[in-house]
Design a protein around this ligand. Structure first.
Ligand SMILES: CC(C)(COP(=O)(O)OP(=O)(O)OC[C@H]1O[C@@H](n2cnc3c(N)ncnc32)[C@H](O)[C@@H]1OP(=O)(O)O)[C@@H](O)C(=O)NCCC(=O)NCCS
Length: 181
């Protein structure tokens, strides 16, 4: 199923043939710089299944990004339900992304994410979309700013699932975008 299309991209449901790409982006040390773990193939496959099930059950989750021209999968972008209550109250919807390294610096995530923001406000009637990242994750924060999210300085938080072995990955910044009037 196609969630949305942009000039160059198709946001779509995951296909079995996307599993290699999903493993690649979850195990590449550069892509995973700001995460306290790298996933092996079994872990990546299990996460792939959970994410696909969440999309089927709720309509929310991280959708595959495919290049329109070839349908090659390049990463993901999604409107998802974070499991971070009470830091982020139940009902919060986040926008998030991850791309294979060879597809960075082409504007793909900005293109995908701005279309998902429109879909969130216009079709899904959301009141607000948030995003969060490790405070040093400049590339991700730049995407947030390019698509119009604004930092909520009072919203900075320590991520409860980042272990004490990775103190530099604990502090997160929070960005918000309210539904336009
Ligand atoms: C976060 C992440 C998706 C951002 O990727 P990105 O390629 O920097 O972001 P975009 O796809 O929006 O591309 C922006 C870049 O493309 C360039 N660009 C080229 N054509 C463009 C276009 N048509 N529109 C916008 N930007 C364009 C921009 O100048 C910018 O260049 P830069 O690399 O010099 O900064 C990527 O770094 C990633 O996967 N990181 C690892 C996972 C991660 O940390 N996820 C977030 C967790 S919170």
């Amino acid at each position: 199923m196609i969630i949305a299309e942009t000039e160059r991209l198709r946001l779509r449901n995951w296909q079995e043939s996307d599993r290699d790409l999903f493993f690649e982006i979850n195990s590449d040390p550069e892509v995973m710089t700001f995460f306290p773990f790298r996933r092996d193939r079994a872990d990546a496959d299990a996460l792939f299944d959970r994410n696909r099930q969440a999309i089927a059950d709720t309509g929310y989750g991280f959708f595959a990004i495919g290049l329109k021209e070839t349908d090659e999968p390049i990463g993901f972008c999604g409107l998802a339900i974070p499991d971070l209550a009470p830091i982020l109250p139940i009902g919060t919807v986040e926008i998030g992304w991850r791309l294979a390294r060879r597809h960075w610096s082409k504007g793909y995530v900005t293109e995908a994410a701005s279309t998902l923001v429109d879909l969130g406000f216009q079709t899904r009637d959301l009141n607000e979309i948030v995003s969060f990242a490790v405070a040093d994750n400049r590339r991700s924060i730049s995407v947030m700013e390019r698509i119009g999210l604004v930092r909520d300085i009072a919203g900075d938080f320590d991520h409860p699932r980042v272990p004490d072995t990775h103190p530099h990955l604990k502090r997160h910044v929070l960005y918000r975008l309210k539904r336009p009037e």
